[in-house]
Write a protein that binds this ligand. Structure first.
Ligand code: GAP
Length: 471
């Protein structure tokens, strides 16, 4: 899908650098194949990153499946019969415009180069159309690597990633299958299975979270544009006449999802597509104000009955729906909501990153809402060389970790441990100290200090009340 020009461009490269550095330092995100020097377009989530990504996925599943009466989930295979991608139109029509620098051979997306000089173009233009626009502006277009203005002609390259899975012939590339380019197709090809097994009736939705792969010409902006990424998609199957009002209703729900997560409304905006991708009847993006400007985080699309019709024709299996009440038969229309886990992750890092002064020190603090925080509580023994303190802290950790993601930390002084937990956004730290043991003051026996991430304030809480207090 296209991304808009940055009309309100407020590039904050400093903030981006800080986020990238925090993600590496604290184990949120690593460059893929790091020890080999990095592999372009691939990133790995570290110990806190995987927790944050899982929490993002759980929040989405909660809103899209658990809280919706008529949405069910699936988990379909990444590799399908190649006919799926022929029927869907991806083999012929899923491409981006590539242009190569004649000086240094760097490949760029022609529409992105044009966008940088505020000239509209996108991946949906024909090769002739985009070449015409590109030629008109050649004199102003520079290679992002070497700065030269010497490009070849624009050509369309297909984004599907080919694989030889299950094909042992030497010329497998002539008959490849594909890693899925979107999770949505796995939903369409299971429409009938779900209809026949899950006691659902139109209108109903099918949701799934999973990996998708695209041969992006120029992966960039960190985890924003990757070649292997994860999508959270929901396809709502509706009566043809209900498509546009369902589309409007889901647009509203999806925007509200981010507000409910704690995003500021001013960092979110709608962008309507000027030029529609081959399958879409209408499309809006939710854009987020990333450090490099407003860019697409999620797409909400009215896809008509394009996909089901294509699969019905190509597979020979009827995908018509029979309305038992009216005896009407039709191919349902589809409203799709589609968002990347990685783009949501980067938006969450951007939204909740903060720096402030606490106790005379400047600190970095991730102000994640509790449900997204990778670690909900950190448990510290005041000193690591006092076995009684460590044993009691172990007990508290064992109790809490059955109810929430907890971390045990006995490294360095408590002030340092607080700073570390602030950087990973842990809402509360619990310290077991000598008062917990009740050695000097029996009134405080079996109480701990609970320190709040946002205010730095500490209070004394009885261990028996901790679970309720921290929920
Ligand atoms: N099924 C519709 C579809 O795939 P899309 O706009 O191409 O539409 C949907 O992709 C979402 O997937 C995007 O809004 C974005 O969040 C995510 N996404 C797409 N390409 C991506 C990439 N190369 N890297 C990371 N996320 C990507």
């Amino acid at each position: 899908m296209s991304e808009t020009k940055n009309n309100n461009y407020q590039a904050d490269s400093n903030k981006m650098e800080k986020i990238v550095s925090l993600c590496k330092r604290r184990g949120f995100v690593f460059q893929g194949s790091d020890i080999y020097g990095g592999f372009v377009g691939a990133y790995d989530y570290g110990p806190y990153g995987v927790e944050l990504a899982n929490n993002i996925k759980s929040a989405w599943w909660q809103a899209m499946v658990n809280e919706e009466k008529n949405v069910v989930g699936i988990d379909s295979a990444i590799v399908t019969d190649p006919k799926v991608w022929e029927a869907s139109g991806h083999v012929d029509g899923f491409s981006d415009p590539l242009v190569e620098c004649k000086e240094c051979n760097t490949r760029s997306r022609a529409d992105h180069l044009l966008e940088e000089i505020d000239v509209f173009a996108d991946e949906k233009m024909t090769v002739e159309e985009i070449n015409a626009v590109f030629d008109e502006h050649r004199d102003n277009l520079k290679c992002p690597k070497c700065g030269q203005k010497d490009f070849g002609a624009v050509r369309q390259v297909n984004l599907l990633v080919q694989t030889n899975l299950g094909n042992f012939s030497e010329d497998w590339a002539e008959n490849p299958t594909y890693l899925r380019g979107e999770t949505a197709q796995g939903i369409y090809i299971n429409f009938k299975n779900v209809l026949d097994s899950a006691r659902v009736k139109v209108p109903f939705g099918i949701a799934q979270i999973g990996k998708a792969f695209r041969n992006e010409i120029a992966p960039r902006q960190y985890i924003f544009r990757k070649r292997e990424f994860e999508q959270m998609e929901m396809q709502m199957f509706v009566k043809p006449e209900d498509e546009m009002n369902t589309y409007e209703a889901w647009k509203e729900k999806r925007m509200q999802f981010y507000i409910d997560l704690g995003f500021s409304p001013e960092n979110l905006k709608w962008h309507e597509h000027e030029n529609l991708v081959f399958y879409a009847k209408a499309a809006f993006d939710i854009e987020y104000n990333y450090p490099f400007g407003f860019k697409e985080m999620e797409g909400v699309h009215a896809r008509g009955n394009y996909d089901l019709t294509q699969h019905q024709e190509a597979s020979g299996t009827s995908l018509e729906y029979l309305d038992q009440a009216t005896n009407e038969k039709y191919i349902p229309h589809v409203v799709e909501t589609s968002v990347g886990v990685d783009r949501t992750f980067l938006a969450v890092m951007t939204e909740f990153y903060d720096e402030d002064e606490l106790g005379g020190d400047t600190r970095t603090v991730m102000r994640f809402p509790k449900k997204l925080a990778p670690i909900k509580v950190a448990v510290f023994p005041l000193l690591k060389n006092k076995p009684n303190l460590v044993a009691k802290a172990d007990e508290v950790f064992a109790m809490l970790s059955k109810h929430m993601r907890a971390e045990f930390d006995d490294n360095g002084n408590v002030g340092k441990r607080y700073r570390r937990q602030d950087e990973i956004g842990t809402p509360a730290c619990v310290t077991v100290d000598f008062d917990t043991l009740g050695e000097e003051n029996s009134d405080l026996k079996d109480t701990v200090t609970v320190r709040d991430r946002d205010t730095g304030e500490q209070e004394r809480v009885a261990i028996v009340d901790l679970i309720e207090r921290l929920k």
